[in-house]
Design a protein around this ligand. Sequence first.
Ligand code: SF4
Ligand code: SF4
Length: 184
Amino acid sequence: MKVVHFVSVVDPRKCNGDRLCEGLCPAGAIKVVEKKARVDATRCVACGKCADVCREEAVTLIRRDDPMAIGFNVAAVDPAKVQELCMKASLLPDLLVCACTGTLAGEVAAAVISGARSPEDIVARTGAGSGCGIYCMGVVFKLFQAAGIRIPEDPRWNNLPLTAADVPEVVSEKYPAYYFRGRI
Ligand code: SF4
Ligand code: SF4
């Protein structure tokens, strides 16, 4: 769960429509329409990346009138399905996916089951990926892979990480002392 206190706003007089912000926004919250960037406040997680990248200093983060809580309500989804998807991805549902927001694998799995189909959806719905973005998306992609969702080729997101569960059976059998299959 993350509480977002700020939201980005664009000064259209300064914006030149070069889309630098759009290409960097992890939540898909800022889009250029008719050569001017526009922000969807319902998706903005106030990461500040758009303001950092804007050469025209057209973006400002301002305080929201009402802070926006983001985090997926796992209770709204069948727990058996959450468990099943996490296990298929070789993840425990209470594994911490995003240290910046405290998001768990079960929350991400519930978001996927409820229709999240892109990294931007996951960021906007769960908050995971709205901070440093270094570790979380690899785990998110394991859940995408388990759910049969195409993993986008996008330099914003890290590649799918390999874990002990990805070691081939023949290797794990040859080196039992390393417990590649674990003892969950
Ligand atoms: S980076 Fe700045 S100038 Fe470029 S589209 Fe975004 S707000 Fe406009
Ligand atoms: S989520 Fe981040 S990059 Fe996207 S509009 Fe909000 S502050 Fe800018």
